[in-house]
Design a protein around this ligand. Structure first.
Ligand code: PHE
Length: 447
């Protein structure tokens, strides 16, 4: 059997975990949700959720992973057979999420390449962004080709293993991402009229904090921090026993949230300065932003930087997803990384093909009333990840008891952050109750 991978430094581990956390969720989900959901009021609630639920669950995932030192399915089984299902759910979630994430990643590759070419051509813009986008996504062949290119890039990194693939790539991509983000913020904030965007993002409106906004904030947080899917169990299992990882459970959620707010500062001041409507998701990324770059001095350079930044955010998340999807098969059946990674990636590509085609030939097909992208997102993000997060809080809070995590952390020094009582209370009561409340709310709103 191949030797188990291990991160070579704490910095590398943190970069990889942040890479998994920072992704499309931060860039095109958070800023818009914050803007529409009450500005600073939403951000405040989000931060409270991070402190009360995100941070304790992240600590649990790191502890489970490092203590078990195996993939998540075997890890759960080792601690309590009844919870094996949570590991299975996490692994299946990775298949669902990577299937649509990869398609979106493919779109990003297309735009990054387009802006890259534009750097050297006399036409430096995408003149009709709406038209360009519609033509691209509705053409099944091009959507599929770029999806495959993105998956090949992901395989290329993950096949290198934990140290030489995931860690190395994250150490390069993450600092560049932050650098580009800051350069773009400076540009965006100095446009005349930018202050309206800041108002959209931050102006507090507590009346917007309805149950559905709270639910949105909680699931946004799980997705953004990659919790409940076993990402941090998987990465935690590649940690050495010598590192004190308590600080990582603070740094990762913190930087993820900072990146989400910075993304808002990069995008919305420019959107408002140019008199465009705030949007989210694909239309924000692929239509509104190119429209901005069209009107901006050196728009092609900023466009290129922006799409490279998004590409890095997406890739550093997709490598985590592929590692999560593959680690059980690699370990349990003692298969070589070189063999299993391309196979799993190929399966996920097939699995994602309906998503890639759902903006063209499969446009009319609906599953449970949703298009393929929304359906995969619904199963992976809302159903399976929420279930995973609930399972962890029950396993640690009530079955193994918080002391297990505290003991694991105390191997490398005192348990510091917010104290043992805080951790025990949040993981036992706050996390499961909040998650259950949101689950009940969303089920009742669906009926
Ligand atoms: N956190 C990533 C994002 O915000 C998505 C992700 C989810 C990555 C689950 C890995 C695991 O886009």
């Amino acid at each position: 059997m191949e030797k188990r991978g291990q991160f070579t430094s704490k910095f590398g581990f943190i970069m990889a975990s942040i890479g998994s956390a920072i992704g499309l969720g931060n860039l095109w989900g958070f800023p818009y949700k914050a803007g529409m959901g009450g500005g600073f009021a939403f951000i405040l609630v989000y931060l409270i959720f991070v402190g009360l639920v995100g941070f304790p669950i992240m600590l649990c995932e790191f502890a489970i992973g490092r203590k078990a030192r195996v993939n998540q399915i075997d890890a759960y089984r080792k601690f309590d057979k009844r919870f094996t299902i949570a590991g299975v759910a996490g692994t299946i979630a990775a298949f669902f999420i990577l299937a649509f994430y990869g398609v979106l990643g493919g779109w990003v590759v297309n735009y990054a390449v387009k802006y890259g070419i534009n750097l050297f051509s006399s036409t430096n813009t995408i003149p009709q962004p709406q038209q360009y986008f519609n033509d691209f996504v509705s053409n099944g062949a091009s959507a599929l080709i770029f999806f495959i290119i993105f998956m090949v890039l992901t395989v290329f990194i993950v096949i290198g293993g934990v140290e030489n693939g995931i860690e190395k790539a994250s150490k390069i991509m993450m600092p560049i991402l932050f650098l580009f983000l800051i350069l773009i913020i400076v540009r965006s904030l100095t446009l005349p009229g930018a202050s309206k965007g800041i108002e959209f993002l931050f102006k507090p409106d507590f009346s917007k904090l309805t149950p559905s906004t709270l639910g949105m904030a909680l699931s946004q947080m799980f997705f953004s921090l990659s919790l409940g899917i076993g990402a941090m169990i998987t990465y935690g299992s590649y940690l050495s026993n010598d590192d004190n990882i308590q600080s990582s459970a603070i740094i990762v959620p913190l930087l993820d949230t900072v990146a989400a707010i910075l993304a808002g500062l990069a995008i919305f001041p420019a959107v408002f300065a140019l008199g465009l409507e705030p949007t989210q998701g694909p239309s924000l990324m692929f239509i509104t932003l190119p429209a901005i770059f069209n009107q901006m001095y050196m728009g092609n350079v900023f466009g290129f930087m922006f799409f490279v930044l998004i590409l890095f955010a997406a890739l550093s998340s997709s490598i985590a997803l592929l590692e999560i999807a593959s680690s059980f098969f690699m370990e349990h059946f003692k298969l070589k990384r070189k063999v299993i990674i391309p196979i799993i990636a190929a399966i996920i590509t097939l699995w994602g093909t309906p998503v890639a085609l759902s903006f063209g030939v499969l446009g009319d097909v609906k599953v449970l009333g949703m298009g393929f992208l929304d359906f995969y997102d619904f199963i992976g993000e809302y159903v399976l990840m929420t279930f995973g997060a609930l399972a962890i809080s029950i396993l640690i809070g009530w079955v193994l008891k918080p002391k297990m995590v505290i003991d694991e952390m105390e191997q490398n020094g005192k348990f510091r952050f917010m104290g043992k009582k805080y951790f025990s209370f949040t993981i036992k009561f706050i996390a499961p109750i909040l998650i259950l409340a949101v689950m009940i709310m969303s089920i009742t709103s669906m009926i």
